[in-house]
Design a protein around this ligand. Structure first.
Ligand SMILES: [Fe+2]
Ligand SMILES: [Fe+2]
Length: 135
């Protein structure tokens, strides 16, 4: 199972957001390692809760910066954040209630979902934020 590694291609050019994206990737990696090491459901749920909490915080931070600078793509971006978070929450709920969630596909989806979001929607705000002095 591959771990997520930070690369220049993932940079959105805004230090605080890059740092938060790095932490998100570490949180996903922690879940992957727990899975490889055969951790029990309790540990996996705990790590998933941490990932959810951090994801909420990160999305909120990004939306605040976009709102403060009057970014035109905010509504679309926020809707995508909601969709991603709803997906993770649904999977976490199913996992916690023993509804047979397959963790490997879940982690694969998280991995691709986050990277795809960073490399498309997040990188779109870079020029705007830089123009508005956020770096
Ligand atoms: Fe982001
Ligand atoms: Fe985002």
């Amino acid at each position: 199972m591959t771990l997520l590694t930070w690369s220049h291609a993932c940079s959105v050019g805004v230090r605080a957001m890059d740092d938060q994206h790095g932490i998100l990737m570490e949180a996903i990696n922690a879940l992957r390692l727990a899975l490889v090491r055969g951790a029990g459901q309790e540990k996996i749920s705990e790590l998933l809760d941490e990932l959810i909490e951090f994801t909420r915080m990160h999305f909120w931070s990004e939306e605040q910066i976009m709102a403060q600078t009057g970014y035109a793509g905010l509504a679309e971006h926020r809707a995508e954040h909601h969709r991603i978070l709803a997906d993770i929450l649904q999977s976490a709920h199913r996992l916690q209630y023993g509804e047979g969630v397959e963790l490997r596909p879940l982690l694969c989806n998280l991995h691709h979902g986050f990277l795809n979001h960073i490399e498309t929607m997040d990188q779109k705000y870079t020029p705007w934020l830089r123009q508005h002095g956020v770096c």
